[in-house]
Design a protein around this ligand. Sequence first.
Ligand code: 5AD
Ligand code: SF4
Length: 433
Amino acid sequence: MSKNLFIETLGCAMNSRDSEHIIAQLSEKENYTLTDDLASADLILINTCSVREKPVSKLFSELGVFNKKKKDGAKIGVCGCTASHLGEEIIKRAPYVSFVLGARNVSKITDVLHREKAVEIDINYDESEFAFDDFRTSPYKAFINISMGCDKSCTYCIVPKTRGDEISIPDELIIREATRAVKGGAKEVFLLGQNVNNYGRRFSGEHEKVNFSELLRRLSLIDGLERIRFTSPHPFHMDDEFIEEFARNPKICKSMHMPLQSGSTKVLKDMKRGYSKEWFLERVEKLRSVCPEVSISTDIIVAFPGESDEDFADTIDVMKRVRFDQIFSFKYSPRPETEAEHFTNTVDEDVASFRLTSLQNLNTEILDEINATSLGKIYRVYFEDLNKDYFVSGRSDNNIVIKVKGSDELLGEFRDVKITAIGRTILTGEVVA
Ligand code: 5AD
Ligand code: SF4
């Protein structure tokens, strides 16, 4: 008899893909069916994120709610990055939790399910060649892991402690997965890794040298695959070969995520990012010179320990020069087992809040100016989502979210759309061809 699975996914796209793998294993091997009704679930999973403190503290209050609402006999499991990082402590603090399954141990889901109080959190467990069953949330776009873990040592970041050392998935497996997704109707693939443009540095076994640019070239030969996206590249590894392949290859979508973190060379050094303000600006210039239509998004952390007013002014300076198309901005949050956790020159909370607000206000101003230039322009949109009120939405090649009046006939289709109205996060248009 079929059982019900409720799963909540927090954090990044890698976590979303891990959840798809968990769902695939549970439905193929254990006969589970997805539900969004917690009270009817036989198994409740939370796939957690630990990148900042907030989601971690939320976990225990959420677990308490789940425990109250669950039906008798239902199991609760905690997966993902906070599972890797807290391990057994989760069961100590929430004894009704049945098992803890760390990121990078996803393939063990069908095992821990049957071992009460199991804790599987080996951060270097090698899943790079594991043949997961197939489950995709969207038939139009396929998320595909190309590597796991991260070899960098950014001083603020907990990820190397939750996802372990970097290991690349063999290109033939990635190509096989992409080909299967395309046969299943996806015209777009979204490649995932902590540091995608460092692809090929290490494989599980002996493997021919294939770097990220070469992987992109090989993937783009797949018939029927029309769009390739990826996240996240690292500015340090943005060499000319990569930028030129990005610009030249028509299947690669012209939107680049360039996580700046800080515009101050001094702070970047303290963060151990491996590049300077000048290097970052020079890479943006190079990218825009070979690919003028590219849209650039970024991540910024404000109030890292030791960040002075001058350092913050450097971040604002980079914002004004680059004019990012999208930013994800955060206040620095000290994380356990990181180098910066021990830095004592912390920035006052009110200064941190002021800096975050000024940065976000500047971004809104810039975005309004950029968006205003879109009115009347025509974009090629790949439609993926059916919204309420008879709208269908999708993305332009350079990652702008655009909606038009329409029905599910547009899903999975490309159309030229002329922009008729501007919003902050979404543009409205009409299909012209
Ligand atoms: N505090 C605040 N933001 C962080 N990020 C990573 N670690 C921290 C931290 N300790 C941000 C970075 C990263 C994004 C995924 O999360 O900007 O690029
Ligand atoms: Fe993703 Fe990092 Fe959060 Fe883990 S800690 S879910 S890798 S963002």
